[in-house]
Design a protein around this ligand. Structure first.
Ligand code: NAP
Length: 261
């Protein structure tokens, strides 16, 4: 696909991987709908992309943790007469610590953003894509989706949902010329670390850049790949080692990776 006039809706476009995905899409001449809570950051990005690439960007300020967030967004794009050709469900956040010690409000918000909003947005926009027989979905998941994650139990579980859901809908809509891709990054240097209270966790010492993770995901989406990894060694690890190791060993290693010094 990748017609230059494609309009992409990107959640979590105010920073990190989502912002870089927006830059890539705009650099190809595509228009954008930018979604997040930080209106000032979205406005600055809109100005940057419109000035630099001559595209048009619409800002929607929306907290995805609130019920009906996806419906609000869908109704806004419908009212503007926008056809969404590319849906990028990127917004998400993690957390650190024992599950029972986390506030339930934070856990519920995480499930709402990482799972419910992503699912509902996919529902609303996929219907139009199937009718038009063209469209792409990129869901930003994680290598965390391939194993349980002590000290990030709910986050890892939400990402397992994302990778599973994405592959299943990809198969369902393949005959309609619509693709769905799950991007599964390893550690990436973004606001994710601070937002999730993950400072000091070792794996982020060697984090990749948001721009490189976004390039990997965007390319995979253009090719209609099912699952994309931004690090070859992580692809090997989760596909060939994790499934063969005893569960207790996986749990121990997974916990170790999330321990703070
Ligand atoms: N960084 C990593 O190591 C890593 C690794 C694997 C996967 N990922 C995944 O990559 C995706 C992007 O994260 P990132 O690393 O780029 O982190 P980030 O820099 O913290 O960006 C997260 C984005 O999500 C938005 N967001 C968070 N909560 C929201 C809410 N309630 N409503 C609306 N928007 C919300 C944020 O915008 P506002 O704050 O303005 O609302 C921000 O634009 C996430 O799904 C994350 O799980 C990250």
């Amino acid at each position: 696909m990748s017609r230059n006039s494609d309009t992409a809706l990107i959640t979590g476009a105010s920073g990190g991987i989502g912002l870089e995905l927006a830059r890539i899409h705009a650099s190809k001449g595509g228009n954008l709908v930018l979604v997040a809570r930080s209106g000032d950051k979205l406005d600055a990005l809109k100005t940057e992309l419109e000035t630099q690439f001559g595209v048009s960007a619409v800002v929607i300020i929306q907290d995805l943790a609130t019920p009906h967030a996806a419906l609000n967004i869908f109704e806004k794009t419908e009212a503007l007469g926008l056809e969404i050709d590319v849906l990028i469900n990127n917004a998400g956040f993690g957390g650190h610590g024992l599950f029972h010690e986390q506030t339930l409000a934070n856990t519920q918000a995480m499930m709402q953003v990482n799972i419910a909003a992503l699912t509902e947005l996919s529902h609303y926009y996929l219907t139009g894509m199937v009718q038009r027989q063209r469209g792409r979905i990129l869901n930003v998941s994680s290598t965390a989706s391939f194993m349980p994650g002590p000290l990030q139990a709910v986050y890892y579980a939400t990402k397992a949902y994302v990778t599973s859901f994405t592959q299943a809908i990809a198969e369902e809509v393949a005959a309609h010329k619509v693709t769905a891709t799950a991007l599964c990054p390893g550690a990436v240097a973004t606001g994710f670390v601070e937002a999730g209270n993950l400072e000091g966790v070792g794996i982020w010492k060697h984090a990749r850049s948001a721009a490189s993770a976004a390039q990997c995901g965007y390319k995979a989406m253009e090719k209609g790949e099912l699952v994309a990894f931004n690090e070859a060694k992580l692809r090997f690890l989760v596909n060939w080692l994790v499934p063969l190791l005893p569960r207790r060993v996986v749990l121990g290693l997974s916990r170790q990776a999330m321990e703070k010094p």
